[in-house]
Design a protein around this ligand. Structure first.
Ligand code: NAI
Length: 275
């Protein structure tokens, strides 16, 4: 249901790879709510071509960028201001990648060059984006910036390996830049800590199906789907949340504050009887 919550707002959405991507759903919802925006992704991801479908649907220009490269980000921000016809009201950082996860390295055998790549792609890119936005004075007052995180920033999930550290850094950057940009420009910066979601990045993690199921059974509301995450992003980009900043916002169906659920008790009782 569209309510014109983002009418007249201009944005940049990073990280829509395919229809499963959280950023893809966010773009569709932002479009429904009346926003105009630029889509950006790594040149390699662009070559897969799927983003063109989304760009057509949303009437959105595409500006490629490797989010670890400051010069690329400069082009995205200046290009967006130029092509959209004014300063930016919202930014979504929906970027994550760990070469260690891709190569199946467990926590005890991480490759440190790849670890740095994980941090650069999944966390420092957020700092670089905010740095460029500030230097170019590209954001409007009362703008809103959101990055997507995961609860492995606070709790140990060993299969999430170095992405856990990347998410902890990401959330910390949101607080520091939230303070800085809030004071300077009344811009808010938050992270959303999302339930496990069946996307390319999500399903690349070893044991994903198990922790998807585990989270689903533990959460009173079940796992939050990508579409609901998109709704939450829209609310954070809208004027209805102007004083929410420097927060890591749980969007997880209640997972993070649940001890145990009946569904888990039943599953464990059943498994114990079977054994
Ligand atoms: P996805 O695979 O659709 O999106 C990840 C995006 O990162 C892709 O579009 C990819 O091209 C982009 N990317 C990778 N390296 C890049 C680079 N150097 N420069 C620019 N873009 C680059 O997967 P998903 O799940 O939609 O991921 C979006 C965000 O949500 C990530 O930050 C992820 O960690 C986070 N998240 C995902 C969860 C899940 O279970 N899927 C749970 C909680 C958070």
């Amino acid at each position: 249901m569209a309510n014109n919550l983002l009418a007249g707002k201009r944005g940049i959405i990073f990280g829509a790879l395919n229809e499963q991507s959280i950023a893809w759903k966010v773009a569709q919802r932002c479009h429904e709510e009346g926003a105009t925006f630029v889509l950006s992704n790594a040149p390699l991801a662009m070559r897969m071509g799927e983003i063109n479908k989304l760009a057509e649907q949303c009437n959105a220009p595409i500006i490629p960028a490797d989010a670890t490269v400051v010069e690329d980000l400069e082009k995205v921000f200046s290009g967006a201001v130029e092509q959209l016809g004014g300063k930016i009201d919202f930014v979504l950082h929906s970027i994550g990648m760990s070469p260690n996860i891709r190569k199946g390295k467990h926590y005890g055998e991480l490759n440190y060059d790849w670890f740095q790549k994980t941090l650069d792609i999944s966390a420092l890119s957020f700092h670089k984006m905010l740095h460029v936005a500030e230097k170019q004075d590209a954001l409007n007052e009362w703008g809103s910036v959101v990055a997507l995180s995961y609860i492995a920033a606070q709790r140990a999930f060993l299969d999430y390996t170095d992405m856990s550290q990347a998410k902890a850094v990401l959330e910390s950057i949101a607080r520091s830049y939230g303070q800085r940009l809030g004071t300077q420009k009344k811009v808010r910066v938050n992270t959303i800590s999302q339930s496990p979601t069946k996307t390319t990045a999500g399903t690349g993690i070893s044991g994903f199906d198990a922790f998807y199921e585990y989270a689903d059974r533990l959460s009173p509301l079940g796992n939050a789907p990508a579409e609901a995450c998109a709704d939450y992003c829209v609310s954070l980009f809208s004027d209805l949340t102007r004083y929410v900043t420097m927060q890591n916002l749980m969007h997880d169906g209640g997972f993070s504050t649940t001890g145990i659920s009946e569904a888990m008790v039943e599953a464990i009782t059943h498994a114990t009887k079977e054994a």
